[in-house]
Design a protein around this ligand. Sequence first.
Ligand code: ISJ
Length: 261
Amino acid sequence: MGESGGNVVDKNLGNLETVRESLIRQEDSIIFSLIERAKHPINSPLYDDKKMPFADDSSVSLFHFFVKESEVLQSKAGCYTSPEENAFFPENLPPPLLPPLNSTPVLHPPGASININEKILNLYIETLLPLIAAKGDDGNYAVTAASDLNCLQALSRRIHFGKFVAEVKFKDCPEDYIPAIRAKDKDALMKLLTFESVEERIKKRVEKKAMIFGQDVDVQDNDNKGNKCKINPSVVSQLYGDWVMPLTKFVQVEYLLRRLD
Ligand SMILES: C=C(O[C@@H]1C=C(C(=O)O)C=C[C@H]1O)C(=O)O
């Protein structure tokens, strides 16, 4: 679960720089999880609700079953008491078995419950998987599902971190945001919170990280040029540009719209 480096939950929120540092650290988690997933081919029967009927519930895929049951366990262990974690199947999750830690909530409650995991899940299966996993079937379905869960949780954590980014931006300059929030002007909010130069730097950095993290390392070979990458670095840059950053900004806008409730 969460390892966003400098947990923002029970410290004060810090500033935009601290929040951005956490996003940078989360890039590593996302890229490593994608590299792990790329070890296996797509394994499409895993996602098919008709190919793997279960005795208890024949209408869900093994993937769905794996994610849902993992979240049941994680919920009992208290994972979803953290505002950084959002479940993919939040309905009817069991309560934590341990008493909650005392922490001061950082997020404004109406925006804290924003959850766009359904969108993330669909995009992951429909769009991202075919870009990072080769065609084919190696039969390792359960291991593949565990790997999917890691990718999904890393992506979800990063995208929903937009709530913390938005909170910091709002606190820094409430006078800029309040008129746009009152007017429910999504375009104006999007403009206020967007920093194009930061986004360009992120796309370049994740591409470079994917190239470095995805190399084979040989002790005798100092020059890794020509090494094949385990995931295509330009796909990671595309993933961030077309998807991760737009969704993080979507979360930021949704959060800000509820900021004065
Ligand atoms: C997260 C931020 O807000 C926006 C979204 C970004 C992202 O998702 O990485 C990057 C820059 C901003 O346009 C930020 O300002 O750091």
